[in-house]
Design a protein around this ligand. Sequence first.
Ligand SMILES: C[S@@+](CC[C@H](N)C(=O)[O-])C[C@H]1O[C@@H](n2cnc3c(N)ncnc32)[C@H](O)[C@@H]1O
Length: 369
Amino acid sequence: MRVLFRFFAATQCRGRSAVYEALSESVAGDDALLGLLLDTPGDQRRPSLLFAAVNLLLAAHPGDELSAYYAIHGGRRTPDERLVPAFAAFCADHRDELLRLLRERSTQTNEIRRCVALRLALDHVRRRLPGPFALVEVGASAGLNLLFDHYGYRLNGRQDPGAGAPVISCEVRGDPNGFALGTAPRITRRLGIDRNPVDLSDPDARAWLEAFIWPEQVGELATLRAATDLALASAELSVVPGEATTDTARLIGQLPGSEPVVVFTASLLSYLAAEARSAFVAQLQEAAAHRPVAWAFAEGPGLLATVGLHTPALNGPLSRRNSLYAVGVSLRGPGLRDDQLLALADPYLRWLAPARTKADDFAWLPSDG
Ligand SMILES: C[S@@+](CC[C@H](N)C(=O)[O-])C[C@H]1O[C@@H](n2cnc3c(N)ncnc32)[C@H](O)[C@@H]1O
């Protein structure tokens, strides 16, 4: 776990959250704080879970010294020598509640910036298959990505004409000249599947989702709240409980119509062990026996390298660049199979680098992106 916190500080927090970077490094060296996670189920023992549990409790204790470091709670203080003692004191004061949350809750995020990956994938699918499409997201959380065509997009500071709110910003790296997203296709239905769906009508569930917003991310919190409001007002959206490895084909099979189904996954594969990843891909293949299925993904390259995609670039050094996500599409259907990587991106889609060729291995992209 020590290693996990150090890795988290170096790969996720640096340049993004000075507060979590300092806290991750201090937790890594503190047996009492690490010990808080000991009763947490093994696959949930993640730095993000500890920080979310603290953040949730902090929202209910706005006067605590620790709040002063959380801009999302109105704080203005930058990390200094009091941050770590304030965090340790808060954890000690709320130990029982924290332990309960860490035992009972699981990681829950819904990052709508990843809709940029979905838009890129849909542009690719449209060049191969006529729309409209049914859209399914597996590992959908609250299903906010399913409303991708209701959001505005600002790429390299240029905003889509006619875009709505919330607005998603993304930097295009590498060769941004002329890069633009196509028009969003018509979506016939929107279905989310999640082992543990977030019910946005439950204030507790919304608060838990918001607890995963980082201390400095005031804009992200506003974006999440705007997307949540849209989802609550939407009659089109449904997220059903389901297990990626056993329910995906059946739930796709229940969709009416025969239009192609775009199945989006973003940050799902890291939750699946090797056998489960193969089982999920087998579900996609099973669904594709009945109607075309386009698997649009934003996932770690090393995990994608294990699921039999026909993308030679994943057999090389790209598969070790796991602090980034590969964005791509695997088209499957009767007589149809075409896999392609479209971009390499930051896992939160703050930036993406479009592929320069069909077989791009992104060796040209510096290691820090
Ligand atoms: C990191 S969140 C990503 C949510 C959303 N795709 C996004 O990009 O914001 C991963 C989601 O996958 C769900 N999940 C994990 N394992 C799953 C499984 N085996 N079957 C279905 N959903 C799963 C979790 O409950 C969680 O909501």
